[in-house]
Design a protein around this ligand. Sequence first.
Ligand code: SF4
Length: 110
Amino acid sequence: MDNNWIENQIRPIAIGRKTANAVLNVAFGEPTMAVDTHIFRVGNRTGLAPGKTPSEAEMQLMTHVPPAYLADAHHWLILLGRFVCQARKPQCLRCGVAQFCDFKEKTPAP
Ligand code: SF4
């Protein structure tokens, strides 16, 4: 499914891009990236998907995530952001991807 499909088919029924991507991914198994607040934060902190807007982050993720992982990646990134890389205090000491993360202010050891 090409990127224009969302613009042409989903926009006219007035749902947002994140919701459209989530429906396409969960209901139809399409390799889309529904960028919510968690994915947006994780993408920018880690350097995986820097962007000023969710759409920019989505395009970065679609480029950087290997195709074999795209269908599940947004679930993994949401879980990382919700339970480990939290907004106020990321849990860097117990983070499984810390060695790959560019975030300079990693949580210090207690
Ligand atoms: S190392 Fe820290 S900042 Fe980087 S992804 Fe993990 S929790 Fe987030």
